[in-house]
Design a protein around this ligand. Structure first.
Ligand SMILES: *Cc1c(COP(=O)(O)O)cnc(C)c1O
Length: 330
């Protein structure tokens, strides 16, 4: 195994005044989810093996049948399981760079070779697993639907196309409806971002019943705890209006942030998510300087830039002051 070469994920966890580094929901979690947890009758038994109740709620939310849904301990878990289900050691996994940092790690963990590849060469690369993230983390950019359809048309039955829709609720756009028509397509989603349940670890994957069966058998049962399942069901049902109204607030904040960044002569990328990527040459130094005034953002070295999670406007104003200060000093 190659695991020795893979670094342990180690985000900066020191306490800070304002944390805009991980794209979680700055508006919290749906009150319905909190109520479901606090009023729960806890049992000494296992939860259902494959989260039947949660699948029913997801089915109603996405409009796909239950046998097209698998759940997991965050979408990290379903991404890892899907890569393992469809890739064999030695196979390649291609993705347009930059993208979600966990993907090369999950590829390597499962013995696959991660390979950054331009969008228009993904399918013709012949790689077993193709990964696309839309909206993409860390750039925030949406992969347009016709580009995803082109990849699906070109892909052979030997290939699998994973589309990571962790931020779909913010984009208001999705390719979930294509699952019924494309046997190669696997779409992953999470409850960690728009639904505010990052701490509870719930994700899901949508694909053909055959692929779902392969994903569920590529790892063990009981991946979603009883507490997480109840919270997620409440969020997806009673909590849906809460989610929609917070998504609207996040988009409003994002647009104000983009205007402010442009006024500073910066050129933030168009974002369809709850974060903004702004190219800054000395991003690592600027982020370090911002951290010293208690504001944490995520810095990237290549391409150089800051990824800033959106939050209620007063918090972003505070962050902008820290950014201004940091750019003067760094
Ligand atoms: C946050 C994120 C996820 C992982 O979310 P989980 O908390 O594991 O559900 C997956 N993909 C992308 C692109 C993300 O940004």
């Amino acid at each position: 195994m190659r695991t020795a070469a893979i670094a342990r994920y180690s985000p900066d966890a020191t306490p800070c005044r304002i944390d805009l580094s991980d794209n979680t929901n700055a508006w919290g979690m749906p009150p319905a989810a909190r109520a479901a947890i606090t009023s729960m009758e806890l049992s000494a038994r296992y939860p259902s093996a494959y989260s039947d109740e949660l699948k029913t709620a997801i089915s109603a939310y996405v409009g796909l049948p239950i046998d097209s849904i698998a759940t997991g301990c965050g979408s990290d878990d379903v991404l890892d399981a899907a890569i393992r289900a469809f890739g064999r050691p030695g196979d390649r996994l291609v993705y347009p760079a930059p993208t979600f940092v966990m993907i090369p790690a999950f590829a390597s963990l499962n013995g696959l070779v991660p390979e950054p590849t331009p969008l228009d060469r993904l399918a013709t690369s012949g790689a077993r697993v193709i990964y696309l993230c839309s909206p993409n983390n860390p750039t925030g950019q949406l992969v347009i639907r016709s580009d995803i359809e082109a990849v699906l048309r070109q892909a052979t039955s030997e290939q699998v196309v994973i589309v990571d829709e962790a931020y779909a609720e913010f984009a208001g756009e999705s390719v979930v409806d294509l699952v019924a028509h494309h046997a190669q397509l696997v779409v992953t989603r999470t409850m960690s971002k728009a639904f505010g349940l990052a701490g509870l670890r719930v994700g899901y994957v949508l694909a053909s019943p055959e692929r779902i069966a392969a994903i569920e058998t590529s790892r063990g049962p009981y991946m979603v705890s009883a507490v997480a399942e109840q919270a997620a069901v409440a969020a997806l049902t009673i909590g849906r209006d809460w989610m929609r109204s917070r998504v609207a607030l996040a988009i409003e904040s994002r647009e104000r942030l983009v205007v402010e960044l442009r006024q500073r002569g910066l050129e933030p990328l168009d974002s369809a998510a709850n974060f903004v990527f702004v190219p800054i040459p000395n991003a690592l130094a600027v982020a370090a300087e911002m951290a010293s005034s208690g504001v944490r953002v995520r810095a990237f070295g290549d391409p150089a830039g800051l990824r800033i999670t959106v939050a209620p406007w007063p918090i972003l104003q505070d962050a902008l002051r820290a950014l201004d200060e940091a750019r003067r000093c760094a």
